[in-house]
Design a protein around this ligand. Structure first.
Ligand code: ZN
Length: 218
């Protein structure tokens, strides 16, 4: 694919893999990170460091408003992370977050003359986030095109793959070790393999082990 793409980039495993995917698929890539008062400022630092190392134009947009609207475990130190039980959403959920992020990414993309927007949202490891669903992304794509009279194309390379396949994709892009060492997924703010105990670390590690086992067997 040719042209310019804006990647929604948090400095985590998924969005970093998407950044490498975009760099392989588009002539020019811009990364955008949203600062919404994340519990760990380190997330923003990781994103900055990665974008800097890769020589990617990087914008950090202030979304403090999101924390004002929806204080939760991702943004507040005094609220512990809990997995959702009995079909309830985990308390890391920020209502409408992807809708807002993608919309702002779209405004930036149009200003920058980019038609493509890349996001790491995924329906496979579905935690119940309604704005991670493919149907929502397609709907928002149409809405954004109408709202801004522009032909955006939202790409979701991770939509139908699981964590093991996301590691496989990073490996295909020649960046498995980079993603493993440089990204931050852990809710306790520990880079790379993380604390090993929080829900994000467990999901990430299980995926990696599954992928590495499959790789050895083949
Ligand atoms: Zn962790």
């Amino acid at each position: 694919m040719q042209g310019k793409a804006v990647v929604v980039f948090s400095g985590g495993q998924d969005s970093t893999t998407c950044l490498f995917w975009a760099m392989q698929n588009f002539d020019e890539v811009i990364a955008v990170t949203f600062d919404y008062g994340q519990r760990h400022k380190l997330e923003i630092e990781c994103a900055k460091e990665i974008a800097g190392e890769l020589g990617v134009e990087h914008h950090i947009l202030d979304m403090a408003l999101l924390n004002q609207l929806a204080p939760n475990a991702l943004t507040r130190d005094d609220i512990p992370v809990q997995a959702g039980e009995d079909g309830a959403l985990p308390n890391t959920f920020v209502e409408g977050r992807n809708m807002l992020f993608l919309t702002f990414a779209g405004v930036l993309a149009k200003v920058k003359g980019a038609k493509h927007i890349v996001t790491g949202v995924c329906e496979t490891d579905f935690s119940g986030y309604p704005d991670c669903r493919d149907v929502f992304i397609k709907s928002l794509n149409v809405t954004m095109n109408l709202a801004m009279n522009y032909d955006f194309v939202i790409h979701t390379p991770l939509m139908w793959i699981d964590k093991a396949e996301t590691w496989a994709l990073a490996d295909q892009l020649g960046r498995l070790d980079y993603v493993r060492e440089k990204t931050l997924t852990c809710y306790n703010g520990i880079k790379g393999d993380g604390c090993g105990e929080c829900p994000a670390c467990i999901l990430r590690r299980n995926g990696l082990e599954k992928y590495l086992t499959q790789k050895t067997e083949n």
